[in-house]
Write a protein that binds this ligand. Sequence first.
Ligand code: NDP
Length: 399
Amino acid sequence: MGKALIIGAGGVASVVVHKCCQNHEVFEEICIASRTKSKCDALKEKLDGGKTIIHTAQVDADNTQEVIDLIESFKPDLVINVALPYQDLTIMDACLATGVDYLDTANYEPKDTAKFEYKWQWEYKERFEQAGITAVLGCGFDPGVTGVFSAYAQKHYFDEIHYLDILDANAGDHGYPFATNFNPEINIREITAKGSYIENGNWVETEPLEIKKVYEFPEIGEKDMYLLHHEELESLALNLNGIKRIRFFMTFSQKYITHLNVLENVGMTSIEPIEYNGQQIQPLQFLKAVLPDPASLGPRTKGKTNIGCIMQGVKDGEPRNYYVYNVCDHEECYKEVGSQAISYTTGVPAMIGAMMVLTGKWKKPGVFNVEEFDPDPFMDALNKWGLPWQETFNPTLVD
Ligand code: NDP
């Protein structure tokens, strides 16, 4: 049916590639392109021989012209951006120049400011409309499936959703004293930033990890979770009817927090360049170099993740509560695609989002967050492609 150009060859890209190859009726031909071509070739070697035709290429996606040249030679129907958030705008520019649809899993973030928001990408809306092409923003799990879950609840179960809590729990154990489950630079920047949530249309800011709650997660048990700023809050605040408050919580063990505090206190999480032996280095980038590669955690990680949305609102004048979540097992993911659940829960929705665009179900000109599309075909696809969801109308609420 179609051709996809996949940019990036890291943890998430590896899952996207595996899933596209499983879904060969939709993804007839793919090109894996990244800064380090050997990683693309290694993926191709692992998966070659199936029905999806695989190409590889070297590309520096910070350079719009290089992406344009690659698009012009491969001629994809869609670009799946699973490189880093820093490349979002250059890749969107290349899609505009060539008239090709776009999908990513994380919103643009300037390299020198640890601040992520949608304003830069939303500014492309009119240009994408005029070009008649689609951009799907934030189509991983969170953001991504959390937005689809919210849209599904809004479509089927609520007239108004007043309170939304997004809960991201990882009970996986990789056996290292400290490691991050995805790109450490992105992950640590996210956690050491101030927290925030939306209340009555306004952002309320907290100190980093200031708000801690304890929650008993289905299939995982009791976990400490901390309020973080998260990018889907910004779009969901605009796209859900009657919303009064949206919060995002992520679980971290005490051991993780202790390591992070020490690293922060000694300056290792800073993004301010320092002079070292006559060279400018960014402490956080150096830390990334010494930490275990997230891709190496797969074979070691045991346990499950649970990510979902708890909503309180009204339907036909009656109050209603609803919790929809997915539980994913690290070892099962590794068995299936050779990656742990964090990459899996991001890569599967990216493949599904790309399938939605290629099959025309999510095809309209402009720049959209996932909750602006019909959630139903996506929800069906989650069950089919490895992320089955469960729901309850009687959840324990977060206080
Ligand atoms: P990795 O660091 O494992 O992989 C990133 C890949 O991008 C690497 O292959 C890297 O190449 C490549 N890359 C970096 N810069 C460039 C460039 N200038 N040109 C071409 N390729 C480049 O990250 P992950 O796979 O863990 O994450 C991928 C994306 O997914 C990130 O944007 C992350 O924020 C997002 N994400 C989203 C989640 C969600 O639920 N929505 C959850 C987890 C992640 P090289 O190998 O040379 O370094």
